[in-house]
Ligand binder design. Sequence first.
Ligand code: C5P
Ligand code: MG
Length: 190
Amino acid sequence: MINLVLFGPPGAGKGTQAIYLAQTFNLVHLSTGDLLRQEIAAKTDLGRIADEIISKGELVPDSIVISMIEAKLKSPKTTVGFIFDGFPRTVNQAHALDQLLRKHHSKVSVMLCLEVDKKELIDRLLKRGLTSGRCDDANEATIENRINVYNEKTAPLIHYYESQGKYHPIHGIGEIEEIAARLKETVENL
Ligand code: C5P
Ligand code: MG
């Protein structure tokens, strides 16, 4: 199995690039952000909890997102592997992912980290906010908070994966196809 963790700050292009990678390598794309937004759209209890947290730019509790991933890994669909987009976001989530994959006799193959500077991230997210309808893209204060939360709680995962020799930084600025080619090459050279 090949399991890719697609990593990077909000606005780095994880969702966009995950779609390309999923097609190229025939992987199942798992986006916890998309799963949470589906719950919000379906107005479930979980959706109501998530909506409040997401609109502030904060993180949904580990237990919730871990259960969502666990359910997806359990579903009987056979695949050559997964792309984890926006998960793990905390060291706890990374440990849980390792455990879940171990149960399936598998492991994280590589962590691909899209690198984009803060000014570009803010520009991209404000632009996306004009059309995405996402409450967390709508104002600069929420975007700032998401970037701060990333730096504080999510960026430490770089060390987690680096210490296992799995961390691969990828330059995340340029044409979408260019960045897709950089990611593809990195995965092919694993
Ligand atoms: O991954 P994405 O940027 O789509 O996630 C949108 C929002 O969903 C995040 O800003 C965060 O509030 C929430 N989220 C989370 N935990 C995750 C994934 C997403 O709290 N593992
Ligand atoms: Mg996303």
